[in-house]
Write a protein that binds this ligand. Structure first.
Ligand code: DWN
Length: 396
């Protein structure tokens, strides 16, 4: 049974950066009610009413995974590790974005799957890319009984696909006998611990726990055999999954992770009810900070036009009332307006000037990278605001 625990209100699609604020554009903006539920049977946490992926992963998809140094380095590192450990002949990535992970393998081994046409067009010149949604039909087109994948990798994508049964069935078909599926997605435990409710938006249909994922993959004759915590995106998990009958033994590390999730009561609805109360308090505290700063005539901007901040801004009703503009390094976000609240997005070169007093960390998951980059801003007295793990002005 699914039980609702969090209501994040009327929300736009987090990827719907508007080209202008004309009446025509604004009248077409799509909104839906974003709420989050817990499944008391398999412990899955999911968006209650997912949006049809066809409206989300279009040829206007804005996010480029290569934009941060942190992610470029993290993907190069894991690609090297997987290559050394499993010696794959064929590597497939589901949701290859701009190729930041898969480009680290020799071209002859690569199969990329990316439904956003603008992104697939970027990588198809460099290696084999299927501009399609991942499903059984595509799996059968790519693979056969004699041709299977030794590694299937997918970062921040499986959690975006509503139909998990079909997704994992198609993966089971595509994996070689001892092939390994490696997925990375935000960690539910980190979300609960950090009050990072902004990890919930239309694209994050699921925020997985190891407990829930192990239940889900079983239905497709797959087995979660290992898992590790990773630092990316404010706390993620890397999961290793194989066919039921594959040679891999379940690791002690996985056992400990599952035990800890039970200790932290991720299998208990009450945990989520309590989280929901903390989210409401976080909202009140953040609005209070903005109001105080505005009453002192401080100039506030936001740093990183993230999808996550779309949830925060629309939930807390933070728009041009508090924030002058958002800076982002991604060229195709610059010159546009944020979803729902319609705050202009400009380049950091233009935006991080001397007039700025405070910058809200929309990309709080890259805090370390950003603080290092923005030493000048901090030196002249500029301060960052965050809402994770609690709403506050950072002292440094
Ligand atoms: O799962 C998803 C994650 C991985 O990426 C997607 N559904 C969509 C997207 O979500 P997001 O926008 O919340 O992700 P990021 O990676 O937190 O976005 C960071 C944004 O901040 C990018 O637009 C780049 C920008 N940025 C910047 O302007 N200056 C990032 C850094 C590090 C910087 O210094």
């Amino acid at each position: 049974m699914r039980k609702k625990f969090l209501n994040l209100g009327r929300q736009p699609l987090a990827n719907s950066f508007l080209p202008s604020k004309s009446k025509k554009i604004l009248s077409k903006e799509f909104f839906y009610n974003l709420s989050v539920s817990f499944n008391t049977t398999n412990y899955l946490v999911s968006v209650t009413n997912p949006v049809n992926p066809k409206f989300q992963y279009t040829d206007k998809y804005a996010h480029r995974a290569s934009e941060s140094f942190t992610m470029r380095t993290a993907f190069a590192k894991i690609a090297k590790r997987l290559n050394k450990k499993y010696l794959p002949k064929i590597v497939m990535e589901i949701g290859s974005n701009d190729g930041v992970f898969i480009k680290n393998f020799p071209k002859r081994k690569i199969i990329a799957v990316e439904p956003c046409k603008n992104l697939a067009n970027l990588t198809k010149k460099k290696f084999k890319t299927f501009p399609n949604f991942w499903n059984k039909k595509l799996a059968k087109k790519i693979f056969s009984e004699s041709r299977k994948a030794d590694i299937i990798f997918s970062a921040n994508t499986i959690s975006h696909i509503p139909n998990l049964k079909e997704t994992f069935d198609a993966i089971e078909y595509s994996l070689s006998k001892n092939g390994v599926l490696v997925i990375e997605d935000p960690s539910l435990l980190s979300v609960i611990k950090n009050n990072s409710y902004d990890q919930f938006y239309d694209e994050h249909v699921y925020i997985f726990s190891a407990l829930a994922l192990s239940n889900v993959v079983k239905k497709s004759n797959l087995r979660l055999f290992n898992s590790e915590k990773i630092a990316t995106h404010g706390g993620s998990m890397r999961y290793y999954i194989c066919k039921d009958s594959a040679r891999f033994k379940n690791t002690q590390k996985l056992d400990l992770i599952l035990k800890n999730e039970k200790k932290m009561k991720l299998n208990n609805f009450l945990t989520y009810k309590k989280f929901s109360k903390r989210v409401i308090n976080s909202k009140k505290k953040l609005i209070k900070i903005f109001k105080i700063l505005k009453s002192k005539n401080k100039k506030i901007i936001s740093y990183g036009a993230t999808y996550k901040s779309s949830t925060v801004f629309n939930f807390c009703k933070i728009g041009n009332n508090f924030i002058d503009y958002v800076t982002d390094t991604t060229l195709n976000k610059q010159g546009k307006f944020t979803p729902g609240q319609h705050i202009p997005i400009i380049s950091p070169e233009e935006g991080m000037n001397k007039s700025v007093d405070f910058a809200f960390l929309g990309a709080w998951n890259f805090k370390k990278e950003i603080l290092k980059k923005e030493k000048e801003f901090i030196k002249r007295g500029g301060k960052f605001i965050t809402h994770v793990p609690s709403a506050k002005i950072l002292s440094k």
